[in-house]
Design a protein around this ligand. Structure first.
Ligand SMILES: [Zn+2]
Ligand SMILES: [Zn+2]
Length: 278
């Protein structure tokens, strides 16, 4: 791919969706929601961690932690000769095979990690940061504890470091994922027929952000919903039968980016102390 095109696709993945989707969600919305809402500043910091790394490392190209990790796993963990079983085998495959592999592995990794983050109390304390936002809109997409974000991405990064998908496929995949992640968190009244094609929607993901654990423990998928359908964890009532949810998150949870990083440790410390007392 032309380096000019790939540069701009990468830039658009990082910044473009962030600007475009909020515009659409002001016009074509599920519920009327204020633009200036609590936690907005914190969500901006979550979104622009890439730019913050760029600034700290004084470089002009976007520094993705995922990119650095993938390279270091490939160099330090896997055989440097690249002669492991099927190692680097995606590098010479077609773009389509590469994209399908990334989508399937990405979804399996996301669904599995997400499911266990809801089921294991220790992991939930980290994932709770993502669920704490009382407003679900495109700005709340990136609100993740750093450890949680790493956990969700690690299996795919290991896969990429070993099978070396080609760089065009990686660029297209993250371009698409950048759009879908923001779109499904947005307040856009998007169509639900996309579910027939296994594509998620804002309606589908909003149920996952309701505070009721009985409802919240559904819809673990990322962009494609086939695993929720396969494992019976999809919850998708027709808006005519049940209005889309309008209450989300945990009102008392901190909106401070830095305190959010400490919260799981504070909670776990308190829990251990109580356990030791009894
Ligand atoms: Zn979740
Ligand atoms: Zn979410």
């Amino acid at each position: 791919m032309n380096s000019f095109i790939s540069y701009w696709i990468t830039i658009f993945s990082s910044y473009g969706w962030f600007l475009l989707i909020p515009l659409i969600e002001r016009i074509w919305y599920i519920h009327k929601q204020p633009f200036f809402r609590s936690g907005l500043v914190s969500d901006f910091i979550h979104t622009y961690q890439v730019a913050i790394f760029q600034f700290i490392l004084a470089t002009s190209s976007p520094i993705l932690v995922e990119g650095i990790l993938t390279t270091s796993i490939a160099i330090n963990i896997f055989p440097s000769q690249g002669d492991g079983f099927l190692q680097n085998s995606l590098a010479n495959q077609s773009l389509l095979i590469n994209l399908i592999s990334l989508i399937i592995v990405g979804e399996i990794a996301f669904y599995t990690m997400h499911y266990y983050c809801h089921k294991i109390p220790f992991l939930w304390e980290f994932h709770r940061v993502h669920h704490s936002s009382v407003t679900v809109d495109s700005f709340s997409t990136s609100r993740f504890h750093l450890f949680d974000r790493l956990l969700f991405n690690l299996p795919l990064l290991v896969f990429m470091a070993y099978f070396s998908p080609n760089s065009n496929a990686i660029i297209f995949y993250f371009f698409f994922r950048g759009f879908m992640d923001r779109y499904i968190h947005s307040n856009i009244n998007g169509p639900r027929w996309t579910h027939k094609f296994m594509l998620s929607s804002p309606h589908f993901h909003r149920w996952h952000h309701t505070p009721d654990p009985a409802v919240r423990d559904h819809n673990f998928s990322g962009d494609f919903i086939f695993l929720d359908l396969l494992f019976g964890t999809a919850y998708d009532p027709d808006p005519k039968d049940k209005p889309p949810p309008s209450k989300f998150g945990e009102p008392g949870y901190t909106n401070n980016f830095f305190i959010q990083q400490l919260m799981p440790f504070i909670f776990l410390y308190k829990k251990t102390k109580t356990l030791l007392k009894n």
